[in-house]
Design a protein around this ligand. Structure first.
Ligand code: ADP
Ligand code: MG
Ligand code: MG
Length: 250
């Protein structure tokens, strides 16, 4: 069954068309990788799904759980279970990470008609998850992402995912800037969140990440379209033969 259905999506940024009729189906409970060269539109696609401002959808549709996603405001999408981990996470000085997590989580639970966590329940949950991600408690007292290393930012995002329990996680180049140890910790955290209740879109330029987060399905993007889909072996094929073969097809 499809969790997300994107049909013939056309998107413009500042008068320039970036996605030219992109069609993609994400299955419920599966991990889909999206690979493609720099500039193929991977981040644009993830931003449009999350509802980031600045993108003009000029054609096509996106259905999430059968509902018109493009008609929803970004916070509504988040409340419905869409989570995007940005390629470049924003810093929020002056807001302690713990406070941010609690506020965001309770806002989401409220929007879903669920009860807010009590302070002890919230703290217990955060401690349990941060321990499994080797996140030191003092990191949670610092401003959101302020002075965090690349690895700490990614772990903070995996912590958010584990707290919010989204039904769709989009990870945009989570391997960028991570050394192998940091990558392993973040990937283990992501793998622990794999579930029949959750789909993931793992965006990456390099095959390496997919050794750690092994996808069920692989898609190749080129010049604003999905040009090929296949099983996990497609990632290895790409590693061997490169993206150039798709440039003409796009
Ligand atoms: P990828 O994530 O695959 O590297 P992007 O989605 O970041 O690709 O970019 C796709 C294309 O859209 C690129 O040509 C990029 O220059 C262009 N683009 C992306 N964001 C903007 C923007 N805010 N303004 C103008 N052009 C943009
Ligand atoms: Mg890029
Ligand atoms: Mg990108």
């Amino acid at each position: 069954m499809a969790l997300l259905e994107i049909k013939n999506l056309q998107v413009r940024v500042e008068e320039r068309e970036i996605l030219h009729g992109l069609t993609l189906t994400i299955d419920a409970g599966k991990v889909h990788a999206i690979m493609g060269p720099n500039g193929s539109g991977k981040s644009t696609l993830s931003h449009v799904i999350a509802g980031k401002p600045g993108y003009e959808v000029t054609g096509g549709e996106i259905l999430f759980k059968g509902e018109d996603l493009l008609a929803m405001a970004p916070d509504e999408r988040a409340a419905k279970g869409v989570f995007l981990a940005f390629q470049y996470p924003v810093e929020i000085p002056g807001v302690a990470t713990m406070t941010f997590l609690r506020t965001a989580l309770n806002a989401q639970r409220k929007a879903r008609g669920e009860e807010e966590y009590s302070t002890p329940d919230f703290l217990r949950k955060v401690r349990e998850i941060s321990k499994s991600l080797s996140i030191p408690q003092d990191m949670l007292k610092r401003g959101v992402n302020v002075g965090f290393s690349g690895g700490e930012k990614k772990r903070n995002e995996v912590l958010q995912m584990a707290l919010f329990q989204p039904s769709l996680c989009i990870l945009d180049e989570m391997d960028s800037g991570l050394d192998i140890d940091a990558l392993r910790i973040a990937a283990d955290g992501v793998n622990a969140l794999r579930s029949p209740e959750r789909s993931m879109i793992v965006i990456t330029h390099y095959q390496r990440l997919l050794n750690y987060i092994v996808p069920d399905v692989v898609h190749v993007m080129s010049k604003g379209r999905v040009v090929k889909s296949g099983g996990k072996e497609l990632a290895l094929e790409l590693e061997a033969s490169g993206y150039a073969q798709f440039e003409d097809a796009a």
